[in-house]
Design a protein around this ligand. Sequence first.
Ligand SMILES: [Zn+2]
Length: 1183
Amino acid sequence: MNTPDRDMSLQVPRQPKGWSSSLCSDEELLDDDDPALWQDEGLSNLQGSVYLPDSGRLSVAAKEDNSQLIAVIKMGWLDKNPPQGALYYQRRWVKLDVDYLRYFDNEKEVYSKGIISTAFITNVSCAGELKFEVVTNNRTFIFRAESEAERNDWVTVLQDCTRGRHPHSTTSFRSPLTPDYQGYLELRGLRSKLYTVVASDKVFLYKNMEDYRIGVGITSIEMNVGNVKDTDRRSFDLTTPYRIFSFIAESEQLREQWVDAMRDAIGEALSNREVAERIWAEPSNSLCADCGAPKPEWASINLCVVVCKRCAGEHRGLGPSISKVRSLKMDRKVWTEELIQLFLLMGNERVNSFWAAHIPPSEDLTPSSCSEKRRCFITNKYRQGKYRKYHPLYGNQGELNSALCINVQSSDVLETVRLIFCGADVNCSTGMASWPSPLSLANAHSQPLQAELISLNLNTELPRSVEGEAMEAVHYTAPPCVSHNGFLFKTASMARAVTERKAREEFSRRWCTLNDGTFSYYESDRNSNPNGALKASVIVCLAVDTPEKHGYEHTFELYSESERLYLFGTDDPDSHKEWVKSIAKNFIPATAEPLLRLPFERIGRLKCKDGLNLQTSKVGWFALVGSTLHAYLADSKGEEIHLRKLNELSIQQDNEVLVLVERGRTLYIEGERKLDFAGWCGAIQAAAGSGGDTLSQQQLTETDIPIIVHSCIDFITQCGIQSEGIYRKSGVNSRVAALCERFRHDARSICLREGVHQVDDVSNTLKRFFRELEEGLFTSEDANAWLSTAANQDESVKISQYQLLVKRLPRVNKATLQALINHLYCVQCFSELNQMNLHNLAIVFGPTLFQADGKDYTAGRTIEDLIQHYILIFEVDEQQLKKQLEVISFIINLRRKNNTMFPSTEPGGHFICTVYVEDGKDTAEQHVKIPGSMTAAELSCEVLDRRNITVKDKEYWSCWEVSDKEEMERPLHYQERVLPILHSFGTDSHLLIKKHIAMDAMIVYLASKVDASKHGMMKFREERSILGLGLSSGSFHDRYFILNSTSLRMYKEIRSNRPEREWPAKNLKVYLGIKKKLRPPTCWGLTVVYESKKQEKPEKQQWYLCCDTQSEMREWYATFLSIKYDGNVWPQDGLQQMRVSRALPDTRHGNVSLIPLRGSENEMRNSVAAFSQDPLALFRDVR
Ligand SMILES: [Zn+2]
């Protein structure tokens, strides 16, 4: 293109004066035929400012850029009808692209005289004498071609381009522009102000606002070649290589805003081009993969094709489960280096060798193909895979999967595309434990592009043929375009939760529409003014009610940002479903889009904090489905929170924060607004409760054991193992029933405490749970197989049969059975104390677990087998079991000792231990009863209370574990339970209550840190035992350490790349002090104990760290603490608030032995049978 010597789309035409003054029309003004618009005297100024001097500033590269930006569909000379249909036509250079029909003075012009948005063109038709009409809502433009063929071609192209644009609406057109800034602005040299719109990377000029609304403008300015600078108080210049636009704003302040907006547009234009340029560097990517249009600016990132804007629109129509559409220019963040490399490696041509291997010429697309044809083609190509090249393994799932697993280890990504889209399962199992999925396999073999491709297709719907009609029905529409309408029934909006049932009479029929991201409801479908409207952006939550909750069978609730609740209903389940889906699609962002595919009960956004960064909260998108909370937190991939497996669920800070504690992390959901937050809290709490009477519906521990089972077993192990007739004696029926009920309601909230709960109540709660369990522990299908196995005479055959049956159990049943049998095994080991030998336990548990009447011993025999051969059947580590039994013996001895020491205090017997208190110079002894649930803070408070010590501000009284032998000590975390610590003690350790002097400094230090992490040098020494004699060797060496939330890593030196050692940070127990015998180089040392809790291979290591200064040591210690307890190192309100009132133990009654403990087998059997049929009757008998 030549350098234009004059360039002036807005140039004043030299026409006879008076031409227009009387015949002035809109059309004239829009075109250029009204000299009155221009300041006559300003002509020379105008030329001075708008014409560029021949200064060589025109860069050829810049010009090319500009011409490349728009994919022109057709261009050529046409005559355009003059204003008012007067005598002569004006010769115009006309260009059509997807978005605009533009006309120019000549082909060298960069800035048009007029642009018509194709989105607003309603009709294009031939009109005699080589003419054709372009009709918009308000205006008709008439063009004349030079030949009939040329005219017909224009008409066809224009019709194609505009057809199918607005399938539904004929009344309202909306500009496809999303303006960033807009308003009137004076252009130097023009008499009237222009309506100026800054949108994305362009600036549009319109004669006035009305013209902007109807999509008819003067010109658009590509900002990638622009430069903006202030020239005066109110004026500024937008300089492009072709022209300088001198604007004058209404005020200085407005000028600043205009300048900022235009500079943003330049930034937008420039920064984004980088990705596009890089992608286009692969030649075949510079043409649309579907229609061949030049410079396609969009891509389907999972299908690996680069496409033009119009094709991208149709891709979006397929829905993100088929095609994930992203802009090369706008979606900067998705374009990671891997993704760009993937696109360069693939390229449209290569990938089309798969997708477009067999296209019949009649179905092929061209850049000007109409929307309908495009939609049809793109649906055929990707949704149905009609044109693809079938993989030789097509149809053979197993082989496709193995081929995928093998191929992802290589660099051939195209083969991976072929495999995936011919049916290979990207989520298939590789059969390798360390790399279970193709994704992990690709990562393990350093194939980042394979990994990228796979992760983009983890949820992709595979191509399959569908009937034409069905296809239309499931056509997915992207968020801002979702529209839907119909009648719904609505109640008055509310500022509180709907707690009561709303009768049909309280609903009124409303015509509802969902359009352009706004949900509106009208008195009737004939009204044009809505009674009310909700923008999608203010909808924060959508809740689907259970059917028949209200007078209308199917209802849903919408919550708005301004704390209103809207209740809608219908009797038609399909309509209900459709509305829920459409509304959700409108307000859920693309990043959380997979949520839309879930059968959610509640969906919306909430503010939350998690992980290490508790300072700033972020927006998360959540959907509740059954007992699973699906979450998309800022920038993260989706995750699932299994509510029944939470360690803790509580509402804190006056109902303002919902705290969900999972293994390894805590999520704080904040109540930004009251109304929807309350709804979420209720729903989450309900979902976290038990969902029914089967095993898997219970609240579970991390190891998949129902919490009720775990709690009961734990309690019996702590307090009841020596109790005579445990599991045979009955508890108090009302208390057992109440306990069962509380467990059913929320097992997590129940803390069984000695003195509060009775051993026999708890043991009967456990039995009742199993007896009433739906499906039973052994499942109804397999129960008989279990029972018949017991009859097998050959021990080894029998055991292997049991092993098989164990393997067949569902996960939760298996874990639960093992936990229970483990427990019973332990119980019978102490049968000398409790009289419950193998046989007695079997008599009780056989009928309970098999839910049988207990009239014969079949069930009992099976249980007897399971306990007796526990080690073999469950392949138990005998060392572990031995340890477990030692702990129990220890507990029993401790109880016995304490009972004899304090025989009168407590018949049930608490753990009573001696705690030392250091107050000033004195150290005093104190005997304290320690229930299983007592925390370090509770113990400290109790001791301080008893000794009448008041806690002053900034005094950090703590309970310390002190080891005399190791010369080390450790303040227990305030929430740490004391009893397990006592259990782990040898004779040379004790508990000491004293002030933690460094705590204040540590809290201040931690508060100054953004996250808990630290690195630096320390001296390290390891304890090695020589010849197993426990003699230690070695000495201290300098090492570099990095401690963060996940691990402590040790490097030989700062520059080392690879850590010598690495430990999971949370599993480290850090003590203050080091044995003097080890000759620590300074007195600021830490002893670190590492205990791996892995079931298969528990290990314990002990080693030492030495710091150069005391403050270094405190910083390290504080960091360890903060990591271990997720930043929660000291109670927020101080220790004073922790005081607990302990319930007084109720008197023990009802522990009558209902079943004879000693007697003939027959007697026992009968009483068990009687008991299982009517426990109450038996109870009355005995009484
Ligand atoms: Zn295309």
